[in-house]
Design a binder for this molecule. Structure first.
Ligand code: ADE
Length: 229
């Protein structure tokens, strides 16, 4: 999220919504009569989906592959790299379903697909829960296609993303200390995150996020308001 522009639209999701996308992907896999032997879940965004899809499909072979966009000291490379390889024998001769949360540029899932194919897998198919129009790669199975680009806040890293978003808006807004209402106003202004949407997707979480930001020394409280440390 760190290399995004100042203003971008965010969509907050919840477990039920994402679980439904896992079911949609699994239904497509079954309709296609694809019977993978193993699911390769890309770390870390693909983990929840990987586990749920194994359940929907009746599989117990689940492995992980970590892709990274950065090598060395925050030096950005266009192509994502495999950070942690898969254990020997994970995919050789097996039919594989590779799963990730989202294809944005499509770089990660494309590279993972190549990596698995290079390891003499059997049939290899790819899936993402969500697909953005910006992706150059078209996965075989897609939970939903999003016409408008947005940063998707997933339930498994809700706190992490909200901390980044709130710290970001506090840095940019033209004031020092913020009430809860002012934080909500900034989230709406910069990221189109409306109070009601956030409360429907993730009810009563703002206080928890602010407390965690305080615990991590990102903000400090001062007379009922918060300021960046
Ligand atoms: N990872 C890469 N692109 C993303 C997006 N648009 N939303 C959430 N996670 C992402």
């Amino acid at each position: 999220m760190s290399d995004l522009p100042d203003d971008f639209k965010c969509t907050i999701t919840n477990w039920e919504y994402i679980y439904d996308l896992c079911r949609t992907v699994s239904t497509q896999v079954k309709r296609d009569d694809f019977e993978p032997d193993v699911v390769v879940a890309l770390a870390r965004g693909g983990w929840f989906a990987g586990r749920c899809i194994c359940d929907f499909l009746g599989l117990n072979d689940l492995t992980s592959l970590k892709m990274e966009h950065y090598v060395g000291t925050a030096q950005k490379t266009g192509e994502p790299q495999v950070r942690y390889p898969m254990p020997e024998g994970s995919v050789e001769g097996k039919d594989v379903l590779i799963i990730d949360d989202i294809a944005d540029t499509g770089g990660s899932i494309k590279r993972a697909d190549e990596y698995v194919r290079e390891r003499n897998a059997g049939e290899v198919r790819t899936a993402t829960l969500q697909l953005l129009g910006t992706s150059d790669f078209d996965p075989d199975f897609v939970g939903e296609r999003l016409d408008e680009w947005a940063w998707i806040v997933y339930p498994w890293n809700f706190i992490e993303d909200m901390i980044d978003l709130i710290a970001g808006v506090m840095e940019r807004a033209d004031q020092e200390a913020f009430s809860r209402a002012e934080i909500r106003r900034c989230l709406s202004e910069y990221h189109s995150v409306e109070r009601i949407e956030m409360e429907i997707a993730q009810p009563n979480r703002l206080g928890e996020v602010l407390a965690e930001m305080e615990r991590r020394d990102v903000i400090e409280s001062e007379g009922g308001k918060w300021r960046l440390v």
